[in-house]
Design a protein around this ligand. Structure first.
Ligand SMILES: *Cc1c(COP(=O)(O)O)cnc(C)c1O
Length: 398
């Protein structure tokens, strides 16, 4: 696209959306798309959710922004609600996922600093990880495609193969400070760590005095049918980064910590201008009103099961297109038998939006508020795309 004033960092689809309603997006030409990308798990309650819209409008009439130099009641309230709902005792609000991870990494280093081990600063991560695009988080993610050309890799991150807990254990040394992982990898291709692995990682951290950090920026806030994905394993971290779904489309994130882990984060050592401002907090509180309401997460689980069963049936029908279905809750992946870009294009031709991921997977991340008819419509479109691709494969073989 020549003539654009924007950085060329995004290979954008030639689609411009003008408005959204629930799980649907409408282009400037009036065409309707079923949105199973949800801004990459950001639009947790779909588009134009009345409770979020009124929370934002009410707050906009009162106060948009004040500095963290003052009390922000909405921030205090959202912090308390996140603490009540999780392992955490303390919360720091940010504007994005990467900043939440930066806060977690800094919290780990400060913890070891104030407990007399400043030499402990290295963090072990897993292949396929994605933790953001800042200099430290591309080092944490360890993916060459995001590191190339950006100068010396930030020091302090060591990577082992996905789910190789033995390798992680071998790597632990006197400089190791923490282990960082997404319990369910998003960008890496919808890959989940088995419950046993999460339990072993918790034990390893306890044994060696390390902090365990979960990145639930994508898999948190109800995506898997529990408020946080790690709840399925019955294992709690010392620190957790969240973002995406907590804002429902308003940019925000948070780093959650135990009292012990946050020991070093005293007055003046960390800060943010925008993080936790009144507008963001009004929306974050409104998202929690909905997600924590009686029965909401059960309903996510019920709809997710329907969706996954429907997808499995399509995979059985068209193995030349779909190798298998993976993931939990409404964070599902189609492992493709042909290039995932081809499959994604065929889905878009059916006016269904999805997100390509690593490991030749297509991510399906519908809003948590997706209706059953929307799921049936989505399955119909996915079947249509698979059928078309299957026929094209058969024609090419003749
Ligand atoms: C999106 C994402 C991030 C980065 O969040 P940004 O808001 O883009 O900085 C970090 N970790 C995971 C798991 C993500 O999916």
């Amino acid at each position: 696209m020549s003539g654009s004033a924007l950085y060329e960092t995004f290979a954008r689809a030639p689609l411009a959306f003008e408005r959204g309603e629930g799980s649907w997006l409408v282009t400037d030409k009036g065409e309707r798309y079923l949105d199973f990308a949800a801004g990459i798990a950001v639009n947790s309650l779909g588009h134009g959710h009345p409770h979020l819209v009124s929370a934002l409008k009410d707050q906009a009439d009162k106060l948009w922004h004040v500095s963290n130099l003052y009390e922000i009641p909405g921030q205090r309230r959202l912090g308390e609600r996140l603490v009540d709902a999780t392992f955490a005792d303390k919360v720091f609000f940010t504007n994005s996922g990467a900043e939440a991870l930066e806060c977690a990494i800094k919290t780990v280093r400060r913890y070891h600093f104030v407990t007399g081990h400043p030499e402990r600063y290295r963090v072990i991560t897993f292949e396929g990880a994605f933790h953001g695009r800042t200099l430290a988080t591309i080092a944490a993610g360890g993916q060459y495609k995001y590191l190339e050309g950006f100068g010396p890799k930030v020091d302090g991150f060591d990577q082992v193969p996905f789910d190789d807990i033995d390798a992680a254990e071998k790597l632990i040394g006197p400089e190791t400070a923490a282990i960082l992982l997404e319990p369910l990898q998003g960008e890496g291709g919808i890959r989940s760590f088995p419950v046993q692995s999460l339990k072993r990682l918790r034990q390893l951290c306890d044994k060696h005095g390390l902090l365990l950090i979960f990145d639930e920026v994508q898999c948190g806030i109800g995506r898997t049918g529990r408020l946080f994905a790690h709840e399925w394993a019955g294992v709690t971290p010392d620190l957790m980064a969240i973002a995406k779904g907590i804002g429902g489309g308003f940019p925000m994130g948070a780093c959650l910590a135990t009292d012990e882990a946050a020991r070093g984060m005293t007055a003046g050592v960390h800060g943010t201008t925008f993080g936790g401002n009144p507008l963001a907090m009004a929306v974050g509180n409104a998202v929690l009103d909905v997600v924590l309401a009686e029965g909401f997460l059960e309903e996510v689980g019920r709809k997710a099961l329907l969706f996954k069963q429907g997808l499995a049936a399509i995979a059985d029908e068209y193995p030349e297109v779909i190798e298998g279905i993976r993931g939990d809750g409404l964070m599902l992946g189609i492992k493709c038998s042909m290039p995932n870009g081809t499959v994604n294009g065929a889905l878009r031709d059916q006016h269904l939006l999805a997100v390509p991921a690593g490991d030749n997977v297509i991510r399906l991340l519908p809003p948590l508020t997706v209706t059953e008819p929307d799921i049936q419509e989505g399955l119909k479109r996915i079947r249509g795309a698979a059928k078309g691709l299957s026929e094209a494969v058969a024609a090419a073989a003749k």
